[in-house]
Design a binder for this molecule. Structure first.
Ligand code: ADP
Length: 327
C-alpha cells in the first residue's frame, strides 16, 4: 500500500528562526522520521518573487535555506527535497489553475490583505494569485496531507476548491487534500511579545537557529518581560514556552512555580533559556557551516531531489495537458 503524500514548503527569505523551527521544520522532521509518509519538502523560491528581495539576496538565501533545512534534519534519503523553480510544472499548473479561479475568491484571502498592507508600494498580482501557485505546488504531486497551522486553513480550502473547479470543467482528476493540523506553539517576538515572532520585525525580535551562543544571550537579555504588569505578561509567557520546548522539564517547572509565587528572577530565566537554545542548535550550527562550505554537495542533493520530483510532476502534467486539450 502506498503511503499518504505530504507536501510543504518554505520561502527562502531569511535565516530560519525558532518560530519557523517550532512552527514548521521540527514537525516536518518528525513526520519524515515516522516513516509513515511520502514526503516532499521544497524551497519556495517562486513564491519569494512576490516579496522585495534583490536577485543577489535571493540566490544566496536559497542556498542558505537549503543548508539550514538539511542541518535541521531534513534527510534527502527520506524526503524529496528540492527547489521549486527547478521543477517544471509548478508554474504551468499554476497558470492552468489561474484560469479556473474567480478573482473574487482570491480577494477574500486574509493573507492577501495582510501582505498587501505590509508592502503597500508593491501590491503585485502575485500577492493575489499566490494561493493558486500554492494549490499547484500541492496538486502537482497529488498531495493528500499538508501540515499547516490554523492560519493556513483558508488557503488549503481554496486548494480543494480549485481542484474541484478543475474537475468540474475538465473531468474528475484531483483528489481532496486534508490539513494535518498539528498543535504548534505560536512563538512571539522578543521585543514586542504581543506580535508573532517574524523576521520582518527585525533582528532583535527573533532568535535565528544559526545565532551563536553570545548572540542568543544578548538578544534574550533585551527581551521584554513584565513591563506590562507582572504575572501572565506575554513576554514572560513566551520565554517560559520556549524554555519548555528547548530546556529541561524540571527547570521549566521550577520557573513556572517561581512565577506563580512571585519569586521569579527574569535574568536567571533568560540565562537558562539562552543556554538551552544554544545547546539545542549546537549540532545544527556545525552542520549548517559544513553544508555552506561544500556547495557542490549541496547542489548535488538539490539536483537529485528535483529529478525525483520532476518524474512525479511530469506524470501529472501529461494527464493535465490531455484533459485541458493542449496536447
Ligand atoms: P516569517 O513570519 O518569519 O516570515 P514565514 O511566514 O516564512 O516566517 O513562515 C514559515 C513557516 O514558519 C510557516 O509554516 C509559519 O507558520 C511558521 N512560523 C513563522 N513564524 C512563526 C512563529 N512565530 N510561531 C510559530 N510558527 C511560525
Amino acid at each position: 500500500m502506498s503511503k499518504p503524500v505530504i507536501i510543504s514548503g518554505i520561502q527562502p527569505t531569511g535565516n530560519l528562526h525558532i518560530g519557523n523551527y517550532l512552527g514548521a521544520v521540527k514537525n516536518w522532521v518528525e513526520l519524515q522520521n515516522s516513516g509513515q509518509y511520502e514526503m516532499y519538502i521544497f524551497i519556495a523560491d517562486l513564491h519569494s518573487l512576490t516579496g522585495m528581495q534583490s536577485a543577489e539576496e535571493r540566490r544566496k538565501q536559497i542556498k542558505t535555506t537549503a543548508a539550514e533545512l538539511l542541518a535541521a534534519g531534513i534527510d534527502p534519503k527520506k524526503t524529496t527535497f528540492f527547489v521549486q523553480s527547478e521543477v517544471d510544472g509548478h508554474t504551468e499548473l499554476g497558470w492552468i489553475f489561474n484560469t479556473v479561479t474567480h478573482v473574487s475568491e482570491l480577494e477574500r484571502m486574509t493573507q492577501f490583505k495582510d501582505k498587501s498592507a505590509h508592502q503597500e508600494k508593491n501590491i503585485n498580482a502575485g500577492l493575489l494569485t499566490y494561493p493558486i501557485l500554492q494549490a499547484a505546488d500541492i496538486l502537482l504531486y497529488k498531495g493528500q496531507l499538508v501540515p499547516i497551522g490554523q492560519d493556513q486553513i483558508q488557503h488549503l480550502e481554496l486548494t480543494n476548491d480549485i481542484g474541484r473547479w478543475f474537475n468540474n470543467r475538465y473531468g474528475e482528476f484531483f483528489g481532496e487534500v486534508k490539513p494535518l493540523l498539528t498543535k504548534i506553539p505560536k512563538v512571539m517576538s522578543l521585543l514586542e511579545p504581543t506580535k508573532k515572532m517574524s523576521k520582518s520585525l527585525g533582528q532583535g525580535h527573533v532568535v535565528e537557529l544559526a545565532d551563536e551562543p553570545e548572540t542568543i544571550e544578548t538578544k534574550l537579555k533585551k527581551a521584554v518581560t513584565a513591563t506590562e504588569g507582572g504575572a501572565g505578561a506575554p513576554g514572560v509567557q513566551n520565554l517560559l514556552l520556549l524554555l519548555k520546548e528547548f530546556g529541561d522539564a524540571k527547570l521549566h517547572v521550577k520557573f513556572v512555580d517561581d512565577e506563580k509565587n512571585g519569586t521569579i528572577r527574569y535574568g536567571d530565566l533568560k540565562t537558562a533559556l539562552a543556554d538551552a537554545i544554544s545547546k539545542t542548535f549546537a549540532d545544527f550550527r556545525k552542520k549548517r557551516a559544513e553544508y555552506l562550505a561544500d556547495e557542490k554537495k549541496l547542489q548535488k542533493v538539490l539536483k537529485a531531489g528535483a529529478d525525483n520530483a520532476q518524474k512525479v510532476a511530469d506524470k501529472t502534467m501529461t494527464e493535465v495537458r490531455k484533459l485541458v486539450g493542449i496536447k
